[in-house]
Design a protein around this ligand. Structure first.
Ligand SMILES: Cc1cc2nc3c(=O)[nH]c(=O)nc-3n(C[C@H](O)[C@H](O)[C@H](O)COP(=O)(O)OP(=O)(O)OC[C@H]3O[C@@H](n4cnc5c(N)ncnc54)[C@H](O)[C@@H]3O)c2cc1C
Length: 624
């Protein structure tokens, strides 16, 4: 029939978008259903340097509110806790106006073609080799070895940092990866002085800072995961400052033309299509697992309540589509488990309580939620941080940086200044586990809604911030549960930071603060001395650092709610080929599949999952 395809892919992020494009390119007919619409020409998405605007854009964003702790007393101390006031607005802080309802910690996601790769900060880093090997070890599937996964990276990447032909990198893939230009870096007069001091502390030559800022952190060196110090900041954007995302993979294949202008590949992209459940056939015998045959979805804009434009009175149109071969769920870490549970796949007791008929009792769905915890060490310098060149207005009229971007130049064609990698006292195998993003002129303190009834204080232009991402988090007690059987409701999410085995992450982050302080103390005049701490303490360094980390850490790299695991593991949702256990014709391919949060930034590893899944799904394509 008209609505039947070989494959249906749900969600167009780095997992699903990459996969749908590859399946279609291989000759399969594919329906890609995406809840959001296409904002590819929106400057907030397209202009690399406007990424701070992208995260808050109501045309792209989905708003989730989460908890980070089991203990509500800790949550109540979070300085950017978000509340809904009695007149429906947001308040951010710890002293809400009377009658306000506590929403939780604001947690951004993108509901648009290309998923979160269209509004993220573009940081494009590989996890350590041991993280891939871990998946091979628990599943016994050697195709997860770092060596094999490197092959997928090579096919994905279009590298602009290292000379063409450098082993371990790709130069023909769709995902451009580049670092800042020398010219841009040399414009950061004061910040470079801090980076010189950083180099010295890290055992690098302070007179070669610009060389360090072209150093390749994604190399295939055998000791790469032990290398520390300053590096270039790899970002998924091209050399003239266009963001490159999963949207590009999709659009290139969907728009490709064959002879006489016909459509070259059978990729149908349905935007404004919010999938509410997977459909199954009735097994022919008790021994057969239920087979996914298609999906049910709502055609309509902003039908999910995470969408800031959501209006409960707009119902959209209920539709169905069918798959001859397989259904692949790629809705991301929050939505893939939601879709599975709405379809009857999840912890039996939870589903029964919500009157959802159980198709497969799979207790791991929505458990094992993990993230990179983030924090920072920031301090006030003796001078303000400035940049030679145009002063950007971030979207306000007459922006000289936007004019420069149209020429492929200027700050908007660039990304975060520099990356610093270090090893904490609790690092395993001496692998680097602290990733700092270097921000002159402000402090990154996490996420909260852009429009609030109160003013959320900013930081002074003399502030410098080593914003810290903890790699290899040890916490795995996070949970995601449905609150009802209404697909429009957002789930209840609690990360349970620093609980259970996650306590060790506190020590690692405290070590990260200590290193940052050591660097600030070593910066000579006129940029130094850094007399006032901004984070974790305010003013003098006399706060309880672990308590600050515990109460104020944030995150935005959620993973692992539909994790791959061993056949013997009752909590494993997927096998090593992304197949949902206890079903046929159903897989999950996105960041929810990682048994552990990969590296410092999940987006490139998730693109690699999309590449790997394409290969394993195509190997099975003749079987159906
Ligand atoms: C503000 C921000 C900054 C970030 N910065 C970085 C960074 O610099 N580097 C990095 O590596 N990572 C970063 N991340 C994280 C990274 O972008 C994500 O981990 C990654 O995009 C996850 O990919 P995914 O395919 O699992 O899911 P997503 O990217 O979330 O894509 C899921 C897609 O599915 C769609 N969808 C969901 N439910 C349904 C449904 N029911 N029906 C139809 N469609 C549906 C969504 O609209 C979305 O398009 C950032 C994330 C955010 C939010």
């Amino acid at each position: 029939g008209k609505d039947t395809y070989d494959y249906i892919v749900v969600g167009s992020g780095p997992g699903g978008g990459t996969l749908a494009a590859n399946l279609a390119k291989a000759g399969e007919s594919v329906l890609l259903l995406e809840a959001g619409d296409d904002q590819g020409e929106n400057p907030a998405e397209k202009v690399a340097g406007l990424f701070p605007l992208a995260g808050g854009d109501p045309l792209m964003r989905w708003d989730f509110f989460v908890k980070y702790h089991s203990d509500d007393a800790i949550t109540r101390r979070y300085e950017h806790l978000t509340w809904r006031t009695t007149d429906g607005q947001f308040y951010v802080g710890t002293s809400p106006p009377a009658g306000a309802t506590q929403l939780g910690v604001y947690y951004p996601r993108a509901g648009t073609l290309g998923g979160c790769s269209t509004h993220n900060a573009m940081c494009a880093t590989l996890p350590s080799n041991s993280e891939w090997q871990h998946i091979a070890d628990i599943t016994g599937d050697d195709s997860w070895s770092a060596k094999n996964m490197r092959k997928h990276f090579i096919n994905l990447e279009n590298d602009h940092l290292v000379p063409k032909g450098t082993p371990g990198h790709g130069f023909n893939g769709f995902l451009d990866i580049s670092v800042n230009t020398d010219e841009f870096l040399q414009n950061q007069t004061e910040a470079i002085e801090v980076l010189k001091a950083t180099a010295k502390i890290m055992g690098q030559d302070p007179n070669k800072v610009f060389q360090h800022l072209q150093r390749d952190m994604n190399s295939d060196d055998p000791d790469r995961d032990q290398q520390t110090g300053l590096f270039g900041f790899p970002a998924h954007r091209d050399l003239v400052g266009n963001r490159v995302s999963a949207r590009d993979a999709v659009v290139q294949v969907a728009n490709a033309q064959g002879p006489r202008g016909s459509k070259k590949y059978a990729l149908t992209v349905g935007v404004n299509s919010f999938v509410t459940k997977v459909l199954f056939d009735k097994p022919k015998s008790n021994r057969d697992d239920p087979r996914a045959t298609g999906v049910e979805y709502i055609a309509g804009q902003s039908v999910y309540s995470a969408d800031p434009r959501y209006n409960s009175s707009s119902q959209g149109t209920k539709k169905q589509a069918f798959a001859r071969k397989e259904v692949i769920v790629s809705g991301g870490t929050f939505n893939s488990p939601q879709i599975l549970m709405l379809s009857g796949i999840g912890p039996k007791a939870d589903l029964t309580k919500l009157n959802i008929p159980v198709v497969v009792d799979l207790p791991g769905v929505g458990t094992n939620l993990q993230d990179n915890t983030e924090f920072g060490v920031a301090a006030g310098a003796s001078l303000n941080f400035t940049s030679k060149g145009p002063v950007c207005t971030y979207g306000a009229p007459g922006d000289p940086c936007l004019a420069a971007w149209h020429q492929g130049k200027g700050p908007y064609a660039q990304g975060p200044l520099a990356a610093l990698l270090a090893t904490s006292s609790v690092a395993v195998n001496n692998e680097r586990d602290l990733f700092y993003m270097v921000f002159p002129g402000g402090t990154f303190r996490g996420y909260w809604p852009g429009t609030t009834v109160n003013q959320v204080p900013g930081d002074a232009p003399n502030t410098f911030d080593f914003s810290l991402v903890k790699m290899g988090s040890k916490g795995n007690l996070g949970t995601l549960k449905l609150v009802s059987n209404d697909p429009r409701d957002t789930p209840e999410i609690n990360f349970r930071f620093f609980e259970g085995g996650g306590q060790v992450d506190l020590q690692a982050i405290e070590d990260g603060v200590t290193l940052g302080r050591k660097i600030y103390d070593s910066v000579p005049g006129p940029v130094g001395p850094f007399t006032k701490e901004v984070l974790p303490c305010t003013g003098a360094r006399n706060c309880d650092v672990q308590d600050e980390i515990k109460t104020q850490a944030w995150s935005h790299h959620a993973t692992s709610t539909c994790a791959i695991g061993a056949d013997s593991d009752p909590k494993a949702v997927l096998d090593s080929k992304f197949r949902v256990r206890g079903t046929r014709g159903l897989r999950v391919v996105d960041a929810s599949a990682f048994p552990k949060t990969p590296g410092a930034f999940p987006v490139v590893p998730t693109f690699m999952l999309g590449m790997k899944a394409s290969e394993v799904i195509l190997q099975d394509s003749k079987k159906w």
